[in-house]
Design a protein around this ligand. Structure first.
Ligand code: ADP
Length: 173
């Protein structure tokens, strides 16, 4: 029997409870889910690619239906290479829609065999984003209701050890 595989791509800088919610719900729909952490995010990430991968893996734990991977270049090429036909994305407020619509249309034009499916955010996470989490953590506010404990600890380290002054870039050798 052919297994349904979906790819859930994103920056995951860092992974939040909103992401975990989409992943859990995605696993109810698909046989396998690949969480694909983008190597290049467009913006300078707080966490290096290895850190974002590691945090996602530790937050998700072992599950044979889940893979946490990294990707580079055109998403549709990656999705096709993985034998998947679905890109899974989450939608929060209306403000997400225009950008997501544009990207989904572009990806569909690049590869007609790949569909983007959206899951609406769960209400408790409707206003949760990695950026908000980073902002709260940088101001030393509590992030317990936004991220899993491993991420909370990693944020603490970033913002308490002065690491920010030497923020790593993904482009470092
Ligand atoms: P990107 O830079 O690709 O938007 P993100 O890590 O910010 O990467 O988000 C990855 C995906 O997860 C996107 O589809 C985004 O809309 C979704 N997402 C992020 N936060 C939430 C949330 N709180 N609820 C639902 N979906 C979310």
């Amino acid at each position: 029997m052919r297994k349904s595989i979906a790819v859930y791509p994103g920056s995951f800088d860092p992974i939040t409870l909103g992401h975990l919610d989409i992943i859990e719900r995605g696993l109810e729909i698909f046989d396998r889910l690949i969480v694909a952490v983008a190597r290049n995010t467009g913006k300078t990430p707080l966490f290096r690619i290895e850190e974002r991968l590691d945090l996602a893996r530790r937050a998700l734990g072992a599950d044979s239906r889940l893979e946490v991977d990294t990707f580079d270049g055109l998403l549709v090429n990656y999705v096709r290479g993985k034998g998947a036909h679905v890109i899974l994305r989450g939608l929060r407020a209306v403000s997400d829609f225009e950008y997501e619509f544009q990207v989904a249309q572009t990806n569909h034009q690049l590869d007609r065999g790949i569909e983007t499916l959206f899951l609406m955010t769960s209400i408790p996470y409707a206003f949760l984003s990695s950026s908000v989490v980073k902002e709260v953590a940088s101001l030393h506010g509590p992030v317990d209701s936004f991220v899993p404990p491993v991420v909370r600890e990693a944020l603490k380290k970033k913002f308490f050890s002065g690491n920010l002054l030497h923020k790593d870039s993904d482009h470092d050798p």
